[in-house]
Design a protein around this ligand. Structure first.
Ligand SMILES: NC(=O)c1ccc[n+]([C@@H]2O[C@H](COP(=O)([O-])OP(=O)(O)OC[C@H]3O[C@@H](n4cnc5c(N)ncnc54)[C@H](OP(=O)(O)O)[C@@H]3O)[C@@H](O)[C@H]2O)c1
Length: 394
């Protein structure tokens, strides 16, 4: 790579955003930050702007923009502060941008991530919810614009690393029998089923291996994260849900595997640190230092595997059913899950209500075709309304 590459980090104040900036800061000769975006942690965004001196910062509203603009000017920075979804889409699609890290959490990331795709950028996809909601339209936009989609989820990044470069020919054509998606099983892998009713948001967010934002931590505890990842993998690798098998691997050292028809199984291993997939995607097809220490197999000692228990993790079944149903089902699943996780984090519902609420929302409306983005947002809005009703009457 010759010229310095300009990077927009959507969701810079989050866990993935900070890991991305850590990797970028190790390679100032390769990468320069073009734009940083935040939502509620605006003091942190200000600190990041001082450290990385982006051309743009994006905040959610005019008042925050005025405030941050004043502070940045006072600190002697020329950074221009933009506002809202329009600002997010502008910094994702700007002609000067080479890479976009899509690391906003949830449905809020869909429009800016799509803006990056439509502008033909190299898109580092952490925001799995965007792809889950709009799969077919998202992948059509990638094909149409020539954008390069690089998976950041450690599992999908691992699968990408285990596939040949021409995997777009189709899994069957390249001799893949199935994809094995690993999952840690989260903090409640062994909790007695009867106790799951009483687990707290703090317990759900205490992931045994990974340090992540609160929404994905709860998703990992319920295994909805693996369900969303299964749908994400179907779109990224043109697989059907039955070509993907979820394997509980409690050590989170193998990040996923690909099983070929000749009996070979390729895996990608590493310490559980998101800077590895981030550095891989940023430098691809080259390799750069990520700051992650070398894997010490003698310390790891052993690797265990188990089949997931769908009685313990009903969200996994709900996601598989939504993947099989297609159409509006994944967008509704995602939206109902976002409402349920937020309600659980606010202690309005129990952990076990998350799956109950999602199932009730999915059963309330027939699956519809989604031929345009409007239909995706309609399904999203309808699921949020049904979830709100569920919360109100329960
Ligand atoms: N963390 C991981 O290890 C990991 C691994 C694989 C995939 N992912 C995926 O990466 C994405 C980010 O996860 P995370 O763990 O980094 O989450 P996080 O720590 O909660 O960060 C989320 C980011 O999105 C911003 N944001 C939240 N709501 C927004 C809105 N309505 N509009 C604009 N920006 C908004 C947040 O801003 P403020 O902080 O300023 O509010 C923050 O910058 C998720 O889709 C997750 O599934 C994460």
């Amino acid at each position: 790579m010759s010229a310095v590459q300009h990077v927009t980090v959507l969701g810079a104040t989050g866990s993935i955003g900070l890991s991305t900036l850590d990797v970028i800061a190790r390679h100032p000769e390769r990468y320069q930050v073009f734009a940083l975006t935040g939502f509620s942690r605006l003091a942190e965004l200000q600190v990041l702007c001082v450290q990385h001196r982006p051309r743009y910062a994006v905040v959610p509203d005019d008042r925050s923009a005025l405030d941050l603009q004043g502070r940045l000017r006072a600190a002697g920075l020329a950074t221009e502060v933009l506002v809202g979804e329009e600002g997010l889409c502008a910094v994702a699609a700007d002609a000067a941008v080479d890479y976009v890290m899509a690391a906003i959490v949830g449905a809020a990331g869909l429009k800016p991530t799509l803006a990056a795709v439509q502008a033909g950028k190299k898109v580092l996809l952490a925001n799995k919810e965007a792809l889950v909601m709009s799969g077919v339209l998202f992948m059509q936009a990638v094909k149409h614009s020539g954008a390069v989609l690089l998976p950041i989820d450690s599992e999908h990044n691992a699968i990408f690393q285990c596939l040949p470069g021409d995997y777009a020919r189709g899994l069957q054509a390249i001799g893949v029998r199935r994809v094995l998606l690993t999952a840690s099983g989260g903090p409640f892998r062994e909790t007695p089923l009867a106790e799951l009713e009483r687990v707290t948001p703090e317990q759900a967010c205490a992931h045994p291996n990974w340090s992540m934002g609160r929404k994905i931590s709860v998703d990992s505890a319920s295994m909805m994260n693996k369900g969303l990842e299964m749908i994400e993998a179907c779109w990224l690798f043109d697989a059907s849900p039955d070509q993907i098998e979820v394997v509980i691997h409690r050590q989170s050292v193998i990040h996923s595997l690909v099983d070929y028809v000749d009996g070979s199984v390729l895996a990608q291993l590493g310490n559980p640190d998101m800077r590895t997939p981030i550095a891989h995607a940023l430098a691809w097809p080259e390799r750069i230092d990520s700051g992650v220490s070398a894997l010490d197999l003698f310390t790891v000692g052993r690797l265990d595997f188990e089949r997931p228990d769908e009685q313990r993790f009903p969200c996994l079944r709900l996601a598989r059913e939504a993947a099989q149903a297609g159409g509006s089902a994944p967008a509704m699943l995602n939206a109902a899950n976002e409402v349920a996780v937020e309600a659980f984090l606010q202690r309005r519902i129990r952990f076990t209500d998350i799956a109950r609420m999602i199932e009730s929302v999915l059963n309330a409306r027939p699956v519809r075709a989604v031929e345009a983005l409007d239909a995706v947002f309609e399904a999203d809005a309808q699921a949020r309304e049904l979830a709100a009703q569920w919360l109100a009457v329960r």
